[in-house]
Structure formats: C-alpha cells, structure tokens
Design a protein around this ligand. Structure first.
Ligand SMILES: Cc1cc2nc3c(=O)[nH]c(=O)nc-3n(C[C@H](O)[C@H](O)[C@H](O)COP(=O)(O)OP(=O)(O)OC[C@H]3O[C@@H](n4cnc5c(N)ncnc54)[C@H](O)[C@@H]3O)c2cc1C
Length: 389
C-alpha cells in the first residue's frame, strides 16, 4: 500500500493542534491530525470544564492580540455550530494579602493588567477593597489593602467544547483525523517528513508538533532540557451559601502581594453546586507517562484553609470533584512557537507554560497563515526558540 501523503500533518489535537488543524483545513490545505487519544480527552492539559480568558494579559503585551483574536474566533465558531464556547462573565484580577508586613510588588499582576488595559484601550474598572466587597459578596473577607482590576469583556471558555468544535469544523472542511495512534518518530528528508507511529507510516511536506506535555519526548534536544512538566490539581468546592457566591460571578485571579500564592476560580456552573478553584505549582517536575493522576485530598484542604477561607465566602471545604492536569513550562514561563532547530520541516507550537488556552484559537490561525502565506498577521516573534539558545 502506498504511504498516505499530506501537505501538513498536525501531531497532537489538544488546544493548539485542534485550532491549527481547523485553520489549515479552512484554507484548503491537505491536512491530517494525529492524536494518541480521542480528543477532547482528560489526559493532557486541556480538560477541566473551564479556562479563564481575558484581554489585558498580565503575562505581557505580546499576548494581547492573540487573546482578542481568539475570542473573535470562538464567537465565529459558536455562530457556525450553535454551541456555547465563551461565557463573557467578566474577569476580576485581585491582589490582596492577609499579611500587613508584605510590601506591594512593582511587578504586581493586577497593576500589569491595569497598565496593559490602558495601553490597549481595553474596557476595565479599577476597584479598591470596598468596591470589590460591594460588587462581589464572595470576596467580602478580603483584606482592606485589596485592589482589583475588573474586565467585563473577559470570562471563561469551555476547553473541551472548543477542541471538539474546531475538530468538527476541520473534519467538515476535509481534514483527516486519526485518533488512538501515538507518533513515535519524525524522520525528516529533503522533501518532507516521514511520520512513524503506532499505526501505518504517513508522509507530510510539513509537520506541526502540538503534543503538549509529551512534546519533549518527540522533539529531543533542546526541548528535553527546556521544557518542564508541572502537575496541577483542580478542585470543585461545594457551594454552601449561594447568596454569598452568586451564580452571576466573574472568573477571578487572586494574588497575594509579592506575586505569590495565587489562586484562581470560576463562577458556579448551573446545576453543579460547586465552584472550581485551583492554585499553581512550579517546584516539582513530572514525567508525562508517570504523572500522578490522583488528586490529593490533603492538598485540597490546605488550599481551602490557606487561600480560600481567608479570602472567599460562600464555599464549604468538601470536594464535589477533583482532577489533575499539567503545565508544560519554559524557563521564562513564555511560549515557544518556532521551527525545530534540527528537524527540517518541523514547527513546534505547544509549550504554553500553563496560560495557553485563551490564545489557542489565534495561534492556530497564525500558524496556518505561516504555512499558507509565509507570514502571520499577529507577530509571533516573541515566542521564538532563539531566546533560549
Ligand atoms: C490546570 C490547568 C489550568 C489552566 N488554566 C488556564 C486558563 O485559565 N487560561 C488559559 O489560557 N490557559 C490555561 N491553562 C493552559 C492551557 O490549558 C494549555 O496551555 C493548553 O490547553 C495546552 O494545549 P496543548 O495543545 O499544548 O496541549 P494538550 O491540549 O495537552 O494537547 C496535546 C495533545 O497531544 C497529544 N499527543 C501527545 N503526544 C503525542 C504523540 N506522540 N502522538 C500523538 N499525539 C500525541 C495528546 O494526546 C494531546 O491531545 C491551564 C492548564 C492547566 C493544566
């Protein structure tokens, strides 16, 4: 049998891969996507019901156009498929400390968000503790020193639905989807790449690797030393007093002064009687194939005791559900979107340091523009691999 040949093969169909496959198919490219599981699934970095989206991205100005364009693409997909993807409930970013000795930080996440919103003309409000308490009773316990940035145009997206929607559209537009096959090796040649997997080999003129936490396994050096997989836990705490934690709530990000001890959360999802809250850890690295997928009850209790109870009202410490997910983190916590330095015809997209979902739809579009037009409308230069080499 002849080896199937494609213009582009996308390896990994999570947030980045599904978006890229869809955008390539939309431009008439002969494209295939391969995934080791059947996406959307709960084994990678794109599960857990919700992802925060906001336009004034405190991580840096280079991200702002990607977040704005992604929100537009999700609205386009919603209209095409009649499925809700983006809930515009607003985002509240806060800095608050229960420790009066902790000084304010010049790199404060809330201040960065305010600066970016002013620079980019993003609609927002700056709130003090009294404003926050009056508008959002769930944050009534916050310290008097608390400050907030409220962006009414932000909110959350549904990651599994976004992936499903983009794969559905990709398939409708002629893309080939292969699930349940793991890519084991990429063999570049003069004309393209031979893709060796647990299924039959296929060939592509170009390959885009969006393999999330498995990226380093497939890409080798220098990614094996650059990328760190950080296990994260997600907890859905029981909603105890809905009058304190109203159904119409924004997504939130809460920092203690000094940019440490952050937690973030979402409005209650109707009918579920719980609120998803999580924190982040970067100190322990994991291997993707031996990731401990069992959430820790003791860690949930610590999170509730140390971060939820002092700052947030209306929740009980009991868990309704819990999950484990992982970040793929670069040394500067930015993204890597670039050509592979040693493997010809291979582009690398997915090392998104735990904040990639809100940008994923636009990253897929920009990559498709790279491949079809030779350049993208949104500049991806800030995500170059060269900054580490
Ligand atoms: C707990 C948590 C909370 C987060 N919160 C936010 C948030 O609020 N806002 C935000 O913007 N971002 C957030 N992020 C980050 C965001 O979700 C990720 O950056 C993004 O989803 C990663 O997408 P990806 O496509 O790189 O990886 P994945 O979605 O994991 O996709 C990788 C895919 O590659 C496949 N694959 C891997 N290896 C192979 C192989 N060899 N062969 C075939 N297939 C392969 C996998 O099966 C998988 O489907 C969060 C992440 C986590 C974990």
């Amino acid at each position: 049998m002849q080896t199937p040949e494609f213009d582009v093969v996308v390896i990994g169909l999570g947030a980045m891969g599904a978006a890229t496959l869809y955008q390539l198919a939309k431009r008439g490219v002969k494209v295939a996507g391969i995934d080791r599981f059947a996406p959307p699934h709960d084994q990678g970095s794109s599960h857990g019901d919700t992802r925060i989206t906001r336009q004034a991205v405190g991580e840096g100005a280079a991200y702002v156009p990607l977040a704005i364009r992604s929100q537009q693409i999700w609205r386009e997909l919603e209209a095409e498929l009649d499925v809700p993807l983006f809930e515009q409930c607003g985002v509240l970013v806060m800095t608050a400390s229960t420790d009066p000795q902790r000084p304010a930080d010049a790199r404060d996440f809330t201040d960065n968000s305010i600066d970016l919103a002013r620079r980019y003309g993003i609609e927002h409000e700056v709130l003090d503790a009294a404003d926050i308490r009056q508008r959002f009773p769930q944050f009534a316990p916050l310290a008097d020193s608390a400050r907030g940035y409220f962006e009414p145009g932000g909110g959350f997206v549904r990651p599994e639905r976004c992936i499903d929607a983009q794969l559905t559209r990709a398939r409708q537009l002629g893309a080939t989807l292969i699930s349940g096959q793991t890519v084991l090796e990429l063999k570049p040649g003069a004309e393209g790449v031979e893709i060796i997997s647990t299924g039959s080999p296929i060939k592509a003129r170009q390959v885009i690797v969006s393999a999330g936490m498995w990226s380093a396994q497939l890409l080798g050096a220098p990614f094996d030393t650059l990328l760190q997989v950080c296990r994260q836990q997600l907890y859905w705490f029981r909603l105890d007093e809905p009058q304190h934690y109203p159904a119409r709530s924004p997504s939130f990000i809460l920092h203690s002064a000094g940019d440490v001890d952050a937690c973030y959360g979402f409005p209650p999802i109707p009918g579920e009687g719980s609120v998803k809250i999580a924190t982040e850890q970067y100190s322990v690295s994991s291997q993707p194939d031996s990731l401990d997928r069992q959430p820790s009850l003791a860690d949930a209790q610590r999170l509730f005791r140390e971060l939820v109870a002092p700052h947030i009202a209306g929740l009980a410490p009991e868990l309704v559900k819990a999950s484990v997910c992982a970040y793929t983190v670069t040394p500067d916590s930015g993204f890597i979107i670039d050509r592979h330095p040693h493997l010809a015809h291979v582009t690398v997209v997915s090392a998104c340091s735990g904040h990639g979902f809100k940008h994923s739809a636009a990253i897929g579009e920009a990559l498709a523009q790279w491949h079809v037009d030779g350049h993208s409308e949104i500049d991806l230069g800030s995500f170059s691999l060269q900054r580490f080499l």
